[in-house]
Design a protein around this ligand. Structure first.
Ligand code: CU
Length: 355
């Protein structure tokens, strides 16, 4: 019995999953990430709006729905994943669960991160013709993504490519009728310097009673951070609702999450004896940027939709066909506070770390 418990404990604390810099990680590992995305995208699990949808599409639908969720007893739909402090916890949970879905088809794969200040407008080594596609965002106008994502499929498909597979956007998840991935933008506030990121990772401004407020606000919304990163890429990435249609979404948010993880370590080091909950606003704190207590789903002890453990009373402000794609999270209930330690997420989720 004791031996079993010991083994279990060791298993629970194993943290084999390391997310790596997309620019510098081994090419084969990056290709594994793309391969896992393609497998999920080509795995059809149902029909919505008369069109087949895939496992990958289910994850896009989750993001599409978080933009407007009504919690039990509430009269209004609120954005429970953005524009408030739950932005980081919700996306941490979302990415980790997507990452485990990737691992179910390609064991050991992790979500690379796009290191924003890398100094080049485009992570060229990772997006060559041979690896993913030739157009990232060096173009100031929208261009169809090529390479593996090309309209007619890759010119020279890798051995693992599903025969005949083409990356297409499900009609219910489209914006402006575009059924293919495109990128390109005239936005030019990019990239952030390394100094900007270091400043954010060390942000200790006390507005609102906790440095997290200013830290989160800068990371989500400052120029040359999360929002502008979406916009500089353009195409689906620039659409707040359906941005995960573009696999680059995961790399972008992996970096967002890394900045948060590093900030957390910096705060823990700066305040010996403090805990991770210390470095998240207490539940009743008012958002100093709008003067209001954050909506249900953003506060420390709040349950995060869609991981509500079967609780009744939630509704979603999205098209029926989008809601029809939502995956089941039966029996899974997750709160903001469950996400504060990426190395030990609990609830059956193994931890992960970053290079
Ligand atoms: Cu998002």
């Amino acid at each position: 019995m004791a031996a079993t418990n010991m083994a279990k404990r060791e298993e629970d604390t194993t943290m084999a999953d390391v997310r790596k810099n997309a620019n510098t990680m081994p090419a084969a590992e990056f290709e594994n990430f793309i391969r896992a995305c393609v497998i999920l995208k080509s795995t059809i699990v149902g029909n919505a709006g008369g069109q087949p949808f895939s496992v990958y599409d289910q994850w896009v639908a989750v993001h599409g729905c978080i933009m407007g969720v009504r919690t039990p007893g509430s009269a209004v739909f609120r954005n429970l994943g953005h524009q408030n402090i739950g932005f980081l916890p919700w996306h941490r949970e979302y990415l980790r669960r997507f990452e485990l879905a990737l691992q179910s088809v390609v064991p050991g794969v992790t979500i690379p991160y796009w290191e924003w200040p890398s100094g080049v407008p485009e992570p060229i080594p990772l997006f060559t013709n041979a690896r993913a596609h030739p157009i990232f965002f060096t173009s100031s106008v929208l261009n169809a993504v090529g390479g593996l994502f090309a309209l007619n499929g890759p010119a020279a498909p890798p051995a693992w490519w599903p025969p005949g597979f083409r990356w297409r956007i499900h009609p219910a998840l489209q914006v402006g009728g575009s059924n293919i991935l495109r990128r390109g933008s005239a936005a030019n506030t990019w990239p952030p310097t390394a100094a900007i990121i270091t400043s954010i990772e060390n942000s200790n401004v006390g507005a609102g009673g906790n440095p997290y407020w200013t830290f989160w606000n800068r990371l989500e919304s400052d120029p040359r951070t999360h929002n502008t990163g979406h916009n500089i890429v353009g195409g689906y990435m620039a659409n707040p609702v359906f941005s995960p249609n573009d696999p680059l979404f995961w790399l972008h948010h992996s970096y967002v999450d890394r900045v948060w993880a590093r900030w957390q370590l910096n705060r823990l080091a700066a305040q010996p004896g403090s805990s991770r909950t210390t470095h998240y606003p207490a539940p009743a704190q008012v958002n100093p940027f709008n003067g209001q207590v954050p909506p249900d789903g953003h506060r420390l002890n709040d349950i995060m939709w869609p991981w509500v453990g079967g609780l009744a009373g939630y509704s979603v402000n999205a098209a029926a066909a989008v809601q029809a794609m939502l995956p089941s999270f039966a029996g899974i209930q997750r709160r903001v506070r469950n996400t504060l330690d990426n190395t030990n997420m609990g609830g059956g989720l193994a931890g992960y770390s970053y290079t």
